[in-house]
Design a protein. Sequence first.
Length: 108
Amino acid sequence: MIFSYNDIVKKIAKNKKINYKELYFYGLSKLKPKIIEFADTINDTFIDIILNHEDIYILLYCNDIKFKISNCCGFILYTKTNDKIYLLLLCISKKYRKFGYGKIFLEE
């Protein structure tokens, strides 16, 4: 199942009446090590630059219907303009590579 990190944060921030931006970056600090682990061939500095950008959207591909970081097998980081979407990073866990998960993730 695919989850939008941005939507998860919005929902939690609204329910708990917490500042969205603070919660977003707090959660990002928890996601970042997993993203770096999955994107093992990508320079960490590049990942830092992407994650510090204001208009980044993150999709999480999980093996379960409930969101848990431990169930994630892939991430997509993208940004969008008025009429275009730019894929910045697609990363799949090593144990799920070569099984078509990246292709399925993009298609969904």
